[in-house]
Design a protein around this ligand. Structure first.
Ligand SMILES: C[S@@+](CC[C@H](N)C(=O)[O-])C[C@H]1O[C@@H](n2cnc3c(N)ncnc32)[C@H](O)[C@@H]1O
Length: 258
């Protein structure tokens, strides 16, 4: 699929994605920014920045931020949240910045094993000794919160297989080799706290329906059916006085440009 088509899935419920789904990722953003040592005065690029919450948090650490995402409707939210930042609609495999522009490049579940050119581009725009931090899903199916992502499997078999291919970087040694081959010295893989939280089944269903992989399921079964089934699924997980909560295994890699 060409990058220009990405907005069709990721952008169609941009406001719901930004307000219902993305906030759960703040744990991941804070952990990675801390680990990669984002600090005042650094130039940071977030690749596949989505609706820009990670950029807001990097700015809070004093970084000067830029971002890129293929979805124009997510970028509109990211720009609204991060005025005066250089946030562009575009393809992570063809970054519109000069070589050696950034001290840090991050990508939160945006760069996959299926997108090696994005790593080459991150390498090009980093200064020598610059750091690349990426996160990738681990074993989603064996995670305690696996049920929360199971609606993505309501897509066609072919799309579910593609989703599985994308997450291959989570296997031990694979992500390290992927970055090493592309000019990075890689530190040890680390696990990150990744948790989805929703107040009730209806909000869970709306939050999930706003994501790109859910759109692939929606194309198979229709949006109302997706919402109904997801609401029903989450209703079996309600806990008295506590939010719906699911932990999913997530890994991070930090590479330093050689
Ligand atoms: C799993 S989401 C992650 C978004 C964001 N990093 C976050 O933490 O919520 C993947 C993102 O990649 C973007 N994307 C997909 N293909 C892209 C491409 N070729 N270039 C730039 N962004 C792309 C999508 O629009 C989507 O925002």
């Amino acid at each position: 699929m060409s990058w220009e088509m990405v907005d069709e899935g990721w952008g169609r419920r941009a406001v719901e994605f930004a307000t219902l789904s993305e906030p759960s990722n703040c744990r991941e953003y804070v952990a990675v920014h801390h680990r990669v040592g984002v600090t005042t005065g650094e130039q940071l690029l977030d690749v596949a920045c989505g609706s820009g919450l990670a950029l807001e948090l990097a700015r809070a650490r004093g970084a000067t931020c830029a971002g890129i995402d293929a979805s124009q409707r997510l970028v509109a939210v990211a720009q609204d949240r991060n005025p005066n930042c250089d946030i562009r609609v575009g393809d992570m495999e063809n970054l519109p910045w000069d070589r050696e522009t950034f001290d840090v490049v991050t990508s939160f579940r945006g760069i996959w094993g299926t997108t090696p050119a994005a790593v080459d581009e991150a390498h090009r725009v980093l200064v020598s000794g610059g750091r690349l931090a990426i996160t990738v899903w681990g074993n989603v199916g064996k995670s305690p919160g696996a049920w929360m992502m199971s609606p993505f499997r309501w897509a066609t078999e072919e799309k579910v297989q593609h989703q599985a291919d994308m997450v291959g970087l989570g296997f031990p040694g694979v992500g390290e080799a992927f970055l090493d081959e592309r000019g990075f010295d890689v530190a040890e893989r680390f696990e990150i706290s990744s948790v989805f939280e929703y107040p009730d089944p209806q909000t869970y269903a709306r939050g999930m329906a706003a994501t790109g992989p859910a759109y692939e399921a929606i194309q198979s079964i229709g949006e109302q059916e997706f919402i109904d089934r997801a609401t029903e699924l989450a209703a079996t997980r309600v806990r008295d006085g506590l939010p719906l909560r699911g932990q999913i295994q997530l890994f991070g890699y930090i590479g330093t440009k050689r």
